[in-house]
Design a protein around this ligand. Sequence first.
Ligand SMILES: Nc1nc2c(ncn2[C@@H]2O[C@H](COP(=O)(O)OP(=O)(O)OP(=O)(O)O)[C@@H](O)[C@H]2O)c(=O)[nH]1
Ligand SMILES: [Mg+2]
Length: 469
Amino acid sequence: MPVPVFAVVGHPNKGKSSIVSTLAHDDSVAVSPVPGTTLHCRRYPMTVDGKELYVLVDTPGFQRARRVLSHLRSGETTAAERPDAVRAFLEKHGGDDAFRNEVELLRPIAEGAGILYVVDGSVPYGREYEAEMEILRWTGQPRMALINPIGDTDHIGEWKAALDQYFSVVRVFDAVMADFHKQTELLHAFGQLKEEWRAPLESAVGLLAADREQRRGHAARTVAETIGEMLALKVEEKLPPDRPPEPLKSGLLARYRGELQKLEGRCRDRVEEIHDHHNVKRIEDELEILDEEHLFSSETWSIFGLSKAQIVGFGAIGGGAAGGLIDVALGGASFLAGALVGAGIGASTAAFAADRLVEVKVMHLSLGRRMLVAGPTTNVNFPHIVFGRARLHRALVSGRRHAQRDELDTLRTVEEAAPPLTGSEKRRLERSFARIRRGRDTVTATEELAQVIEGIFAKDDNSARDVRD
Ligand SMILES: Nc1nc2c(ncn2[C@@H]2O[C@H](COP(=O)(O)OP(=O)(O)OP(=O)(O)O)[C@@H](O)[C@H]2O)c(=O)[nH]1
Ligand SMILES: [Mg+2]
């Protein structure tokens, strides 16, 4: 059975391509503030696992609607004959440059596509749109109007009053802000346009929801594997005989941090690919600031989106202390020791390793050879920081509409994009990190971590929806 096809039509520069991009989850659709960006109609199928669910056709804007309408009206036609009159117009003027845009946008409709007529609800309604709407009525195809509020002023009421006279369904749909929930609502509404589209569109909604879950799992595994690689990371360099190690240490540390940075960058690229965002430009800081001096500065904490209490809490759990957070409000490396001692945790806990990202050690090999080695890190807070960053990035990417073309700003705290972790989530994370660090059966340990992370991501997605609703 052919899948439902929708031609997205309207005045130039009203967000037609943006709607196509958001609903087809395709960021390759050309969107720009310059009117006349789309010159030809083009099909964008929404597919899941290679199966087409529906197709959106992007079209150029109306250019000479009044002239086209007077052509249509020039013959004697009954209402029943109007669709044929549109077809006759296309045949007669198919190669006519004056009606290039109208021919492009009407052709998919004449071939059976449903109509999504897009208007900007932030500008006043005007009579110039009436010729466009009348032409669309002549096609006789099922049609819906979408009011896309591009700016802040609200003219939605007057638009509704006019659109109701031409369209059986009128909806407000913000191409750039509409989340997954709003998109599925719209697909249900498309199903009301024509009986035979209802079942395929309802099944499309189910498949899209399952697909979203699958992507979430995939992203969770990618993040878990990256954390595993980062925790195991080790860089080495030969230490020539009679060379003191000290001058070489900083170079090796820089390489170590560079490798971490690469791993994080690769993880972010993959998470974006998983969500079909292929052209994202990120505003990001470098994980490089994870050095000893910065690791416990309050500035670093806020950048990583972790509160001071959380950091200390992780340290305490990592040190084998009873769970729960130790609430402290001071900054600086020394307070950690104080807080732990104050909380009755012995000075020998692993948490004390936390004031270093990584140590550079000299390894003595056979025949007097020596190696300088950095890593793996024993810093207890490190995987939490890496996870906090990955979680923020994933939340931003999974909530991003494909019509969004601004840079992805990752310089925020994770609290802005996701709810706080529960004590149990933190403990489960900590246990998985510790298991991965032990280095035995890392495949199972990574899979376990992926499951914990997937649960957290699912919660993040639900809370994002609650906030927007
Ligand atoms: N803020 C905001 N901007 C939007 C929205 N929809 C579209 N835009 C912007 O409006 C401009 C035009 O969007 P397009 O989707 O290219 O419009 P179009 O109707 O396809 O334009 P043509 O192809 O030129 O006819 C772009 O700069 C979009 O980013 C929206 O809902 N909110
Ligand atoms: Mg366009």
